[in-house]
Design a protein around this ligand. Structure first.
Ligand code: GLA
Ligand code: GLA
Length: 695
């Protein structure tokens, strides 16, 4: 990342870059504003006024088609795509591009009736049926064949359409299936992986409770309680099956479309029924559906979900759906405050999104989601939120040039691992322990200070990071061990959080105590872990504080390993024992936290980690309630400030920057300003400033 603070030190104009050849004219603006539009639900006569209102709100793309199978293929083999062509042309007349969704998340009634074998079976053995959506079995060959045919027909027809910019496969992959046939497929998958039953029995320690298998067809499906090796393999099978389910449609589409039509699927934040790193591998870009549900948006927690999605392919992503004020599926579907939807849109852009799409444009007259937020009502007229979205569209037009070619370039990475999350969720040991909350306890202070954080897998390339944090990285594959060790030996600063490095790729305990294969490098290990019924005091380098929910007693073996934090008086076992230790390894270091991070201790720990790793805070003092995000590229840094505090806040910069959009009050302009260079400004609640440094 080009750090703004470092740039200031030079206080010189940036060197003129050699003239590069001009890139081809982009087909879409750098920041996209969209809506989920369902033309199949409406008389074509209504399309024109809907699209005109979209255009007036600066909406420049719609996603269409993802639940319209029965309209595209009203009976088997009877394809009707002319209406879709007319919808695409109508959108085009309003300068609105189209993202096409394949309709496989909503199989038509004729399909369910004719091919009941395509229906999914719930974990309790009950078959799903028609009348909702996602009732298909993700592993069924007939279902895949039918999904492939409709995807192919769509791709043949629209693969060269100039107004089609991309494809969404299916919609929110979620539910696996538990029929006897699924179980047989799982057994075959295990056989291909483990080769022999002896191997499987040994690696899963099936001698325990006489679980030993004599033939492959004895192996059950277990998804919540059972042998940890079996549980893990079922989730890995679920993942692999989603990947091949997706591949089926990807291959069909790629065979017919121009490469400029990029392909994605919409994922769901922390949702963890499958390993998103593996499923995202085959896509051109990642996207997700950003919903708050009840309450207000927390910029750090929502930002972490964006960073998670950006980490799937380690590049910019899209928000494929987000709530226009409120949803319909929470216990209390309160609306976001006036101004908060716009702040939320900038939260997405600040964390690397290229698009924000509202679900949905207009209330469907019937169907399950009549109460959901929209931008126009059932009457086709704008709801109050419409004008706020119009303002977002105007912002995006103003800021597009500045943000084009930029992304989030962080010096700090947090590692996230599905296998580790599953393993802890199956054996929480303390119901209150949540791996995502554990990750966020590091993320919040690190993001506030560093301005940007990557969230990536434990096998991602790490050498570009100054600091890598691994919270609750419970399972380590051999590849992850190699990656982490090479990172530390190469001068990196690695910090493990509690419950890390306990088990291997079969969910089997390591025979070395935590952090397992890295304990020797640390010069210390975990003597014992404790689920806590009350918090334990801690003190040391990061000041006095407490560890809640969980505590690990650390034993130090190497004289080079330094104790950072110590437990106070509690259960006797932990009294005066090390709570966090660190060891320098060449220019790098390895640190292990047995304690949790709470409040002021978390902030002090984050400051310490950043200082050890040589990462400068993005600006020296951020006012309370102000969120910062940073995007960089093309010789510029863009700092996005949003004030979530009810009070107006003053922000002081070290050097003047250009205001790309402004609802701030300028207080001072500095001598080095370019354009409208501003050094000090105030922001009201939900006010956004997009400040650019560079050219
Ligand atoms: C019971 C069982 C043991 C073991 C323990 C664990 O006593 O008999 O096999 O599961 O519980 O507490
Ligand atoms: C999900 C789905 C949409 C819609 C919204 C409602 O994100 O993908 O089809 O049901 O939820 O919030």
């Amino acid at each position: 990342m080009r750090r703004v603070v470092l740039v200031f030190a030079l206080a010189l104009p940036l060197a003129t870059l050699a003239q590069a050849p001009l890139p081809p004219e982009p087909r879409t603006p750098p920041l996209l504003l969209g809506a989920a539009w369902y033309p199949e639900q409406w008389d074509e006569a209504t399309w024109e006024s809907d699209l005109a209102l979209m255009e007036q709100a600066h909406i420049n793309f719609v996603r269409v088609g993802e639940f319209a199978w029965s309209k595209m293929e009203p009976s088997e083999g009877n394809f009707k795509l002319d209406w879709l062509e007319r919808a695409i042309r109508a959108a085009e007349r309003h300068h609105i591009a189209v993202m096409l969704g394949t309709p496989s998340a909503a199989p038509p009634a004729w399909l369910t009736q004719k091919y009941p074998e395509t229906l999914r079976t719930n974990a309790d053995g009950r078959k799903d049926g028609h009348g909702n959506r996602q009732q298909f079995d993700w592993s069924d060959p007939k279902y895949r064949e039918l999904a492939r045919i409709i995807a192919t027909k769509m791709a043949e027809r629209f693969g060269h359409d100039p107004n089609v910019i991309g494809w969404q496969i299916d919609n929110e992959y979620a539910n696996e299936s538990y029929s006897d046939i699924d179980r047989t497929r799982f057994q075959q998958w295990l056989k291909a992986k483990y080769k022999t039953l002896d191997n499987l029995n040994k690696r899963w320690t099936t001698a325990y409770w006489s679980e030993t298998y004599q033939s492959w067809d004895q192996i059950p499906i277990q998804s919540t309680y059972g042998n940890p090796g079996l549980l893990l393999n079922w989730r890995e099978f679920v993942t692999d099956t989603w990947r091949s389910y997706q591949r089926n449609q990807l291959d069909a589409i790629r065979a017919h479309v121009e490469p400029r039509q990029r392909i994605t699927t919409n994922m769901m934040g922390w949702f963890n029924a499958y390993d998103h790193y593996l499923v995202a591998q085959d896509l051109d870009f990642a996207s997700w559906d950003d919903y708050i549900g009840t309450g207000q948006m927390n910029p750090a927690e929502n930002g972490a979900r964006h960073d998670l999605t950006r980490g799937f392919l380690r590049k910019n992503f899209w928000v494929m759906e987000t709530q226009p004020g409120f949803v319909n599926w929470s216990a209390n579907n309160n609306a976001l405050n006036k101004g908060e939807v716009r702040a939320m849109a900038w939260n997405a852009i600040g964390h690397g999104s290229e698009a924000v799409e509202y679900w949905q444009w207009r209330s469907a007259l019937n169907g399950q989601e009549q109460y959901h937020g929209t931008l126009v009502g059932a009457d086709g007229k704008p709801v109050p939120l419409y004008s706020e979205v119009q303002q977002i569209g105007a912002d995006f037009e103003k800021a597009g040039d500045a943000l084009a070619g930029t992304t989030v370039e962080s010096d700090v990475a947090i590692l996230q691992d599905y296998e580790s999350r599953w393993a802890i969720e199956w054996q929480k040991h303390n119901q209150a322990f949540d791996p995502v909350q554990s990750l966020l306890s590091f993320y919040r202070p690190l993001h506030a200070l560093a301005g940007s954080v990557d969230i990536v897998s434990d096998t991602a390339p790490l050498s570009r990071y100054k600091l890598v944090v691994a919270p609750a990285l419970n399972l380590l594959t051999p590849a992850a061990v190699t990656n982490l060790e090479a990172y530390v030996r190469g001068g990196g600063h690695l910090v493990f959080g509690q419950r890390s490095a306990m088990k291997d790729e079969d969910n089997t305990l390591f025979t070395q105590r935590q952090p397992g294969p890295l304990a020797e490098l640390l010069g210390a290990n975990v003597a014992q872990w404790y689920a806590l019924d009350k918090s334990v005091p801690v003190s040391g380098t990061w000041g006095p504080g407490e560890s809640k929910i969980w505590a690990e007693q650390i034993a130090v073996q190497s004289p080079e390993t330094k104790i950072l934090m110590t437990y106070g008086k509690s259960n006797g076992w932990l009294d005066d024992q090390p709570a966090a230790v660190t060891r320098k390894i060449g220019r790098g270091s390895i640190t292990y936290l047995g304690m949790s991070l709470e409040g002021a201790t978390a902030e002090a720990a984050a400051k310490w980690m950043l200082k050890e790793a040589g990462v400068e805070p993005v600006i020296p003092k951020v006012p309370k309630g102000v969120d910062i995000a940073v995007r960089s590229g093309n010789s510029k840094d863009i700092l996005i400030f949003t004030n979530y505090s009810p009070e107006t806040r003053t922000i002081n910069l070290l050097t003047p920057m250009d205001n790309v959009i402004c609802d701030c009050k300028v207080l001072a302009t500095g001598p080095l300003g370019i354009g409208n260079g501003v050094k000090s400004f105030t922001l009201p609640q939900y006010g956004v400033a997009v400040m650019m440094y560079g050219k």
